[in-house]
Design a protein around this ligand. Structure first.
Ligand code: ADE
Ligand code: ZN
Length: 327
């Protein structure tokens, strides 16, 4: 499975923090990890609200650009070791600022870590500037306006608590980001139902949806996704951990794929859900009976939908095709 080329479009960089790194930072900054780490060394949370709370406390342990450099380096080298040739991370300056790190230091630190990981492994990496929905439309709009001309920031998105605000409240922010030339994606259809996916498509002009799984509850919407070629960033273990489905075998990945929807494989916040990108590919093979051809197609779809320039996309697709033909 390591040999199968993989790509990740949906991973929150703070959500990818290895617990060992977090323990080290807590020691360095004299912070008690009670309530952050559980007694088995994983993250302590039990529902979406407590997940967001732990996520915020973990993020606040990153206090310098160097801390974020180490985080990006750890994440990208780990997925490269699992066979990833491409990865995008969601970055949220609002979250980094809560830990006292200015946006410029945050982005520069991550960029350094990504440079190092690219040089060491050959993986190609990009960042998606991400608004935090529960902080409200004004903050998200302000973020879009700062959309820094940085060569590694190629997308704009929104995450956070889907029950807060309507997608139309963020239409302005997405318009500004589109005019800045960024690719667009929005979290929808995770905790909220199919109507949230429809609303994201109608109001935000996205080409990709983060999750979107709950579209499966509305056959007409599934048809629309397939007809419009909308790409879903599916995160099976995340959905199981947050209680959407009882186990991987009942996740709609395969049903969406067979309905002609363009699907990709992602890990979301991997250590929170005891997973990794490679593990998600493995689980889909094992528990949904997907063969290498279907999994390779998911990688190809991710590269087709990646927020990269045409030349980079072409080179990455050549790498996928070389694996497909055993070259
Ligand atoms: N931020 C980090 N992980 C998230 C998720 N799974 N849904 C919404 N916002 C998030
Ligand atoms: Zn997510």
């Amino acid at each position: 499975m390591t040999a199968l080329p993989k790509a990740e479009l949906h991973c929150h960089i703070e959500g990818a923090a290895p617990p060992a790194l977090v323990r080290r930072l807590a020691g360095r900054y004299g912070v008690d990890t009670a309530g952050i780490l559980d007694d088995r060394g994983g993250y302590a949370w039990h529902d979406f609200a407590s997940f967001l709370d732990t996520y915020g406390r973990v993020s606040a342990l990153f206090r310098s650009g160097t801390d974020f450099r180490d985080l990006a380096h750890a994440y990208f080298t780990s997925i490269a070791a699992e066979g990833a040739i491409y990865g995008e991370i969601f970055i949220a300056p609002d979250i980094a600022e809560a830990g006292g790190v200015p946006a410029a230091d945050y982005i520069a630190g991550l960029d350094d870590g990504m440079d190092a990981a690219e040089a060491e492994t050959g993986i190609v990496t990009r960042m998606i500037l991400t608004g935090v929905r529960h902080l409200g439309p004004a903050r998200v709009r302000a973020l879009a306006e700062t959309a820094v001309a940085h060569p590694r920031i190629t997308g704009f998105g929104i995450a956070g608590d889907e029950t807060m605000h309507h997608p139309r409240d963020f239409a302005d922010a997405f318009r500004v980001a589109r005019e800045a030339g960024l690719g667009l994606t929005a979290h929808a259809g995770e905790l909220a139902g199919p109507e949230s996916v429809r609303a994201a498509l109608d109001h935000l002009g996205v080409t990709r949806i983060g999750h979107g799984v709950r579209a499966i509850e509305d056959p007409a919407l599934v048809e629309r996704l397939a007809a419009e070629g909308i790409v879903l960033e599916l995160c099976p273990s995340s959905n199981v951990a947050l209680g959407l489905y009882p186990d991987i075998s009942r996740h709609p990945f395969r049903r969406l794929m067979e309905a002609g929807v363009r699907v990709t494989v992602n890990s979301d916040d991997p250590p929170y859900f005891h997973t990794s990108l490679g593990h998600e590919y493995e689980l889909l093979g094992r528990d949904q009976g997907l063969g290498d051809a279907a999994l390779l197609q998911a990688t190809r779809t991710a590269i087709e939908a990646a927020f990269v320039d045409d030349k980079t996309r072409e080179t990455l697709l050549e790498r996928v095709d070389a694996a497909a033909t055993g070259a």
